[in-house]
Design a protein around this ligand. Structure first.
Ligand SMILES: Nc1ncnc2c1ncn2[C@@H]1O[C@H](COP(=O)(O)OP(=O)(O)O)[C@@H](O)[C@H]1O
Ligand SMILES: [Mg+2]
Length: 253
């Protein structure tokens, strides 16, 4: 994450080529390739344990790849440089709010800690970002008093304070009921339309992926096995893809 004092939040493009990562002999990413275009919503779908979170950590420089590269706006960039050069925000799966701070303090934390703005300016930004996610009135609440959907929205508001060029969402609908999931999906769509930010979402939620994605990639066992528009992906005949997309209950007819 970096400097929030630039209001040009137009999205950046990301290209990942041949990304490999092992942990103690376990190959988690086995040559991941995909490209996210500026301003689009790209959803990487895959089952639990397929390496989605590990992939996102590479994009914000929290993990170093064993092999492969990450290009941002066409420029190869080492993970150590990414944070300094581009404004990227990761919305953590759990929300990762600090329980001892109010909603407003959580959203403003990055700005406060880095002393990037005056207190009154921070207050203004925090109120604006909470309003963006429909939570203006929750500013003084504690995280423990929020529903799961509200926690995810606060986590999005916190990401927005840096005016990101790329937002990474890790399982934005996990643990949410169906209505809250749709609301979060609509939030992601609205942000894209309003700010042209690039959105990379990883999720095992098929409804979310087909509901919001401009393009979808399916990740299985550390590789992207297909990508395309939602309609294209639905028609792919690959059994690995169909197994994941069509898994269903076996109720007697
Ligand atoms: N820091 C780590 N050390 C060892 N193994 C890890 C580490 N991070 C992730 N893994 C392993 O990598 C695999 C993929 O994890 P993850 O990216 O969290 O999957 P997903 O997000 O798709 O559910 C899992 O088997 C996990 O245990
Ligand atoms: Mg994960």
């Amino acid at each position: 994450m970096n400097r929030p004092n630039n209001n040009n939040s137009s999205g950046i493009g990301v290209k990942v080529s041949g990304l490999c990562k092992s942990f103690g002999g376990q190959e988690v990413l086995r040559g991941v390739d995909f490209e996210v275009r500026p301003g689009e919503i790209f959803v990487i779908m895959g089952p639990s344990g397929s390496g989605k979170t590990v992939l996102l950590k590479h994009l914000i420089g929290l993990e170093e790849p064993d092999a492969g590269e990450i290009l941002i706006n066409g420029e190869p960039i080492a993970t150590s440089e990414i944070a300094a050069k581009y404004r990227m925000a990761l919305v953590f799966q759990s929300g990762a709010l600090l329980n001892s701070l109010t909603v407003g303090e959580n959203v403003g934390l990055y700005l406060t800690e880095h002393r990037l703005k005056s207190t009154s300016e921070i207050n203004r930004i925090v109120a604006e970002k909470l309003e963006d996610v429909g939570l203006k009135d929750a500013i003084d609440k504690m995280p423990a008093d929020l529903s799961g959907g509200m926690i995810k929205r606060v986590a999005i508001a916190r990401a927005l304070v840096i005016e990101p060029q790329l937002i990474l969402y890790d399982e934005p609908t996990s643990e949410l009921d169906p209505v809250s999931s749709v609301n979060i999906g609509n939030e992601i769509l609205e942000l894209k339309q309003r700010t042209h930010v690039t959105s990379l979402v990883v999720s095992h939620d098929r409804d979310l992926a087909f509901g919001i994605a401009d393009r979808i990639a399916v990740m299985v066992e550390g590789r992207i096995v297909t990508s395309g528009t939602p309609d294209e992906v639905k028609k792919i005949n690959d059994p690995l893809v169909q197994n994941f997309l069509n898994a269903d209950f076996k109720r007697a007819k």
